[in-house]
Ligand binder design. Sequence first.
Ligand code: NAI
Length: 391
Amino acid sequence: MPAQAAVEPETAEAPLSDREIELIRTSLSVVEPFAGEITVYFYATLFARYPEVRAMFPHGMDDQRDRLLRALLRIVDLVDDPESLVRFCGHLGRDHRKFGTLPAHFPAVGECLLDTLARYAGVAWTPEIAAAWTKAYGVVSQVMISAAEEDEAVRPAVWPATVVDRVSRGHGITEITVRPHIAYEYAAGQYVSVETPWWPRRWRYYSVANAPREDGTLTFHVRAVPGGSVSEALVHRAAVGDVIQLGPPMGDMVLDAADHSDLLFVAGGTGLAPIRALIEEVARRGGRHQVELFLGARTGAELYGVDDMLRMAQRHHWLTIRGAVSHEHIPGIRGSLPDVLAEYGPWYEHDVFLSGPVQMIVSARETLTLKGTPSHRIHHDPFDTPVLSTP
Ligand SMILES: NC(=O)C1=CN([C@@H]2O[C@H](COP(=O)(O)OP(=O)(O)OC[C@H]3O[C@@H](n4cnc5c(N)ncnc54)[C@H](O)[C@@H]3O)[C@@H](O)[C@H]2O)C=CC1
């Protein structure tokens, strides 16, 4: 990395002042209409000035650009909430270890980011705004670097894992089971980044569909999305014996061990994966919750997990299942999950876990809120979470 004109991150961890926060938010709103161009320009600048970092990124950069923007918007959103900001940036720092990110890369990224923002803000960019962004970037990069260093002391950056089983469920959905070569600790409900040998450096995120098992294996439910390179490779190409790489587990959609309230689980399509893991976790803990599961799919045939869930309900008296199909007339419940939820209830005393297409989560959240479920009881992965948005 050339030692030229890089923005040195400040090490001071002082929170930003109200004025600095305002400057950052206002300047971001000035450039936001150019979001698409900004991310293209940013990476072009980064790769021109620091060609050695190009190899850390995938060949096709479209998703990468979206991710940068989502992370940036999230950071700016959290800038007045230091606790959440530190948590988010800590996750980001730990997750970046798998890309081979080093502390020396941060000044280069900061320099190119600020130059890009300055270019698109035009005359609106002032020395005071530049100073606020420099300070904010310094705080963010310091948290990311420290989190990565602490993480490095206790666990690897990536876990190789061998495919040990694969079961096709039809409709392009395959359940893939892998055995990590070294112990992989995670909590039921979390998701994991995956890299296949066929698409190097192209990481995609999948929820684990089982609670931690004694044999250490993990199962993923993958739907081959047209044009989704990694999901297509996993469904159509991955065979028993192939080795994939796993990044660290992420996500907060986990059970609170101290809470025994009734649970409502809502799973749309392959959104069943983390819900299935949570149900297994309830069973592992002795079934001390009443659990109602609403499982949704477009057609009856696509309710791929329903038999498995019915078997679980036979074993566990605390589990009730309702399957709903949204695009077909068959006996049973018809409609999309948010509409179906509105017919049942009440849910205001339940802890609710939603998993599936973003639009389903948004509508289900609205429905439940209208029916009186307090928002702190409604759990789902955040919308900018990659598990919700990339194939
Ligand atoms: N942690 C999480 O939240 C996870 C999310 N996912 C996401 O779940 C999705 C699963 O996709 P598919 O299997 O193709 O599901 P899908 O498109 O077949 O949808 C399943 C059901 O969700 C409901 N739904 C879908 N779109 C809706 C809308 N616009 N409004 C209201 N309800 C709607 C309907 O009941 C539908 O039958 C993917 O987008 C994936 O990224 C997958 C795994 C974990």
